[in-house]
Design a protein around this ligand. Structure first.
Ligand SMILES: *[C@@H]1O[C@H](CO)[C@@H](O)[C@H](O)[C@H]1NC(C)=O
Ligand SMILES: *[C@@H]1O[C@H](CO)[C@@H](O)[C@H](O)[C@H]1NC(C)=O
Ligand SMILES: *[C@@H]1O[C@H](CO)[C@@H](O)[C@H](O)[C@H]1NC(C)=O
Length: 232
């Protein structure tokens, strides 16, 4: 074979090699960008719905929280769902969008998910707010598409389905996922609010933020829906 043919082949091979490794790099970059933008979307939607700062202080989500009811209705950052379809406890997926596509050793940290209603009895007059609907703990990161099994959850506050009263407009139902602020992988001993109304604080517009502070928890993910009584 002529020397220049060999040379040409080598050049061809190396450019193919470079091209394919570049495309891997671009793909990886795309995955990172998509993950970053979906996390930024969560923060953005929380601000638009005034969940930040009414319910929780500003934070940058680091995980995604998917919530799906047995009726197949998902929470999608502010979609509206009929209360009839929200009666049963939903299933959860809590995952890191940067690593969820490849099997990674799950963090041993124990996460906690809470559901709060800051709009009780209505968003204009939230004198009963917040209402504690649910606190579930013993949650670990989802490695694949599979949901966290309900039998593995520990309920600190039992599931109470959303029940917006007649003529009170749309309520925001806010799911927040928390991690221990000190990053401990020890089992958590969380306090149970003494009441659902005001999360037992006795103070209007108090709730999940105060409870999380007291328990050394910081928010890492969120999702929310709107729901209203059919009588308006
Ligand atoms: C989480 O929910 C979003 C929006 O509903 C969906 O596109 C995505 O596939 C879900 N992720 C997983 C891991 O199920
Ligand atoms: C958990 O906390 C409660 C009070 O907040 C306490 O009575 C109990 O002993 C604690 N349990 C453990 C295992 O630390
Ligand atoms: C970490 O925080 C948890 C929850 O507030 C607390 O129970 C635990 O004692 C803390 N652990 C350390 C090592 O500070």
């Amino acid at each position: 074979m002529h020397i220049s043919t060999i040379y040409m082949r080598m050049t061809l091979w190396s450019s193919l090699l470079i091209a394919s490794s570049l495309s891997i790099v671009f793909e990886a970059q795309q995955v990172l960008q998509d993950a970053a933008s979906s996390l930024a979307d969560v923060q953005h939607e929380l601000k638009i719905a005034e969940i930040i700062p009414t319910v929780i202080d500003d934070f940058a989500p680091s995980l995604l929280l998917n919530v799906t009811w047995p009726s197949d209705e998902p929470a999608e950052l502010g979609n509206t769902i009929n209360p009839k379809l929200l009666q049963k406890m939903p299933s959860l997926q809590l995952f890191d969008p940067l690593t969820s596509s490849s099997p990674v050793p799950a963090s041993d940290m124990q996460y906690t998910v809470a559901l709060t209603d800051p709009d009780a009895p209505s968003r204009d007059d939230p004198e009963w707010s917040e209402i504690c609907h649910w606190i579930a703990t013993n949650i670990h990161l989802t490695e694949s598409e599979s949901p966290i099994l309900q039998k593995d959850l520990t309920e600190v506050m039992e599931w109470k389905p959303p029940g917006p009263p007649p003529k009170t407009g749309k309520h925001r139902y806010v799911f927040l996922a928390f991690a221990p602020a000190n990053g401990t992988t020890d089992e958590l001993n969380l306090s149970k609010p003494s009441d659902r109304q005001h999360w037992g604080t006795g103070e209007e517009r108090h709730g999940v933020r105060q409870w999380a502070d007291e328990n050394g928890l910081v928010p890492v993910a969120a999702n929310f829906i709107y729901s209203q009584n059919k009588k308006q």
